[in-house]
Design a protein around this ligand. Structure first.
Ligand SMILES: [Zn+2]
Length: 339
């Protein structure tokens, strides 16, 4: 189906996704074909030759609205011809049902269900969605000889000592390239957190199964739709636009001098219903503790800082018993984490 610009669903893909509009399988505009793969998932294939396959996902947690608004605006500019698409692109609005009810998830945290783990256990909304997203990614990443990039965009529940940071999936066999991290630093990322173990997150899935340069990117604090100050994400918007436009980006490695690197040192698991942290609920991500300081306790156990300095990331005492309540991280040098 050939669509005029006026009627393209890409003009407000967020509205079309939330309303669960019935869309054509495919639309053609002057320079590209857009395929509506599933609710909230659109694949764009330019008519010209391309070299890179770019996945941009947002709303994997439904209430993390700022990146959703950024992606919606990118698609709108593409539909209007203001942004030329010169690389293959897959844009994913992760969890439309949770987006609609403005919650992190409906039944279960979607970002723990990738790498096929959605199939183990009773099916629910997020498990079905994880399977749908995995199928879209597998159909998109068809040629392993091409450059693959996946940025999974999030916002955090709490404030952060580093407003914007990237979580790097565990990939010991490949390591990380400075040029890839420098691109993120150009996009405004202030810190990198290197994972110590596999995780069933979306970015780990793209890294592990498709060797994509994949990252979970945290972009500041959650706000409601329309209440986000998107000017705070301008650098990200610029880099994404240039990637989509097919520009060869060669960021200066010096940009990494101002960035902080952390390695996950351990996971704090909630061991009992009485589990709680020693600090206030609103404590910022990357708040640092000194050796011997109490971090958390329950009626059966106490957790102390056991390095010279440890910082806490993603603390959440409300998770079910047995799940991760926080990550402990230690600062490292770039030489310790990069090739
Ligand atoms: Zn998130």
């Amino acid at each position: 189906m050939f669509m005029t610009v006026k009627s393209s669903p890409l003009l407000d893909f967020l509205a079309a996704t939330l309303a669960d509009e019935t869309l054509p399988n495919t639309i053609e505009q002057a320079d590209f074909t857009a395929r509506f793969v599933a609710r909230g998932i659109v694949q764009i294939d330019p008519n010209q030759r391309t070299s890179r396959d770019i996945v941009i996902s947002c709303g994997i947690h439904g209430n993390e609205t700022a990146p959703i608004e950024i992606c919606n605006r990118l698609l709108q500019r593409i539909a209007r011809g203001e942004l030329a698409v010169k690389q293959r692109l897959l844009v994913i609005f992760g969890n439309p049902a949770a987006m609609l009810q403005q919650t992190r998830f409906v039944d279960e945290n979607l970002n723990r269900l990738f790498c096929g783990s959605h199939s183990q256990g009773e099916q629910n909304l997020e498990r079905k969605r994880a399977a749908e997203i995995e199928a879209a990614v597998a159909a998109f990443y068809v040629d392993a000889s091409r450059a693959r990039l996946h940025w999974d965009l999030h916002t955090a529940i709490r404030a952060s000592a580093h407003e914007k940071f990237a979580v790097c999936p565990y990939q010991p066999e490949r390591g990380y390239r400075r040029s890839v991290l420098a691109l993120l630093a150009d996009a405004g990322i202030e810190a990198f957190l290197f994972n110590h173990a596999p995780a069933y997150t979306f970015s780990y899935h793209s890294s592990k199964l498709f060797n994509a340069d994949a990252f979970t990117i945290e972009l500041g604090k959650v706000a409601a739709f329309g209440a986000n100050d998107l000017s705070r994400l301008e650098k990200l918007d610029v880099v994404l636009s240039r990637l989509i436009a097919g520009e060869e980006l060669t960021p200066d490695a010096d940009v990494l001098k101002d960035v902080t690197f952390y390695q996950v040192s351990r996971v704090i698991t909630k061991d009992h219903d009485s589990f709680d942290f020693s600090f206030a609920e609103a404590t910022a991500n990357f708040t640092r503790f000194s050796q011997g300081e109490l971090i958390a306790k329950s009626s059966t156990n106490s957790v102390f800082c056991d390095a010279v300095t440890e910082a806490i990331v993603f603390p959440n005492a409300k998770v079910p018993v047995g799940q991760r309540a926080a990550l402990c991280v230690v600062p490292v040098s770039i030489e310790q984490v990069c090739m």
